[in-house]
Design a protein around this ligand. Structure first.
Ligand code: TYM
Length: 331
């Protein structure tokens, strides 16, 4: 809580072009909290450098991620939009929380295991302590609710454990955050390999639909999507490709599973895939237009990130002074 409002915090890494997984699993849901909650949406650039980034690209993507937040409906007057590295308290609290996080806990994080397998040439300490920095992002603002996809659930649980541990030692200091994980779209799958998550770092361009892809590209990618040999549009665990397409179609049309199954009964996958591609492209058209408009005015984006960082720093300072006092640092 901050004042009389519950707090929402979430973040996205500016580490690649954002996908419809990022959109449907997270960003699309952000704006629903703007009225009733105190909301913080952060571009987590400190997290992004756990994997090597090309400096110019990191800088460009940081602007782009902020612009996408806004293009997806986040009004800068109603939400605190900012860049993580602009508020040094994230890194500072991250260090302190490292000292209340166990080596064993971090070793069990599946994302660490996956990423260290993928980047075996660069298994750096930041990759290992990534989840403590994420806990710091969340706990710094006395966050109640964290909208994320299911892949972040383990990290979120660790944040709760760290907060509880700290509170037990020093008395109530941090709010204990809950996840807000959307039932239907918590894990959008790859179009090429529908048993694995759609990921912005995938090297197969046909596996991933980016929010900013052109309509033609989107339709082409859905046409190529892996399905099965059954030619029946039916939602089932045994049909991961088709089920993923149904989920995406539903997310853009608001239809139920039954409605989608009925709509495509007796029709081939060709029709279905085209319809999914069109629904997705049309659903994103406004986002794309708004994004282009926002990116044309860098000065405005800079003003938004500056105001956001000032606002975030104000609240971060409050938590930090409490933390310092409790730990025993001299004021
Ligand atoms: P990141 O940048 O990998 O992803 C941003 C958000 O998108 C969600 N997501 C998905 N949801 C459904 N289907 C998918 N295929 C899919 N791919 C990604 C992610 O779950 C996430 O919500 N560690 C975080 C960033 C972070 C953060 C935080 C989030 C840093 N600090 C504090 C919340 C609170 C990450 O790497 O997200």
């Amino acid at each position: 809580m901050l004042g009389d409002k519950k707090v929402v915090f979430s973040g996205v890494q500016p580490s690649g072009n954002l996908t419809i997984g990022n959109y449907l699993g997270a960003i699309k849901n952000f704006s629903r909290f703007s009225e009733e909650y105190k909301t913080f949406y952060c571009v987590v650039d400190l997290h992004a450098i756990t994997v090597r980034q090309v400096p110019a690209e990191l800088r460009r993507r940081t602007y782009e991620t902020l612009a996408l937040y806004m293009a997806c409906g986040l009004d800068e007057q109603k939400n605190t939009l900012f860049v993580q590295s602009h508020v040094p308290a994230h890194a500072e609290l991250g260090w302190m929380l490292d000292c209340y996080t166990m080596f064993g806990e971090l070793s069990r994080m599946t994302q660490f295991k996956d990423k260290s397998a993928k980047h075996s040439e660069n298994i750096n300490a930041g990759l290992f302590t990534y989840p403590t920095l994420m806990a710091s992002d969340i706990l710094l603002y006395q966050t109640d609710l964290v909208p994320v996809g299911i892949d972040q659930k383990q990290h979120l649980e660790l944040a709760r454990d760290i907060a509880n541990r700290f509170n037990q030692v020093y008395g109530n200091t941090f709010a204990i955050p809950e996840g807000y994980i959307p039932q239907d779209t918590m894990k959008i799958m790859s179009l090429a390999e529908p048993t694995s998550k759609m990921s912005k770092s995938d090297t197969n361009q046909n596996a991933v639909v980016y929010i900013l892809d052109s309509k033609d590209d989107i339709i082409r990618k859905f046409k190529k999507a892996v399905t099965d040999s059954e030619a029946e549009v039916r939602f089932s665990e045994e049909k991961p490709g088709v089920s993923n397409l149904i989920t995406i179609y539903r997310a853009f049309t608001g239809k139920t599973v039954e409605e989608v199954e009925r709509e495509f009964a007796g029709r081939g996958y060709g029709d279905f895939k085209l319809a999914v591609g069109e629904a997705c492209a049309d659903g994103l058209a406004a986002v794309r237009d708004e994004f282009a408009r926002l990116m044309a005015d860098k000065a405005h984006l800079e003003a938004v990130m500056k105001a956001g960082a000032d606002e975030a720093a104000y609240y971060a300072r409050k938590t930090m002074s409490k933390v310092r006092r409790k730990i025993g640092f001299v004021n």
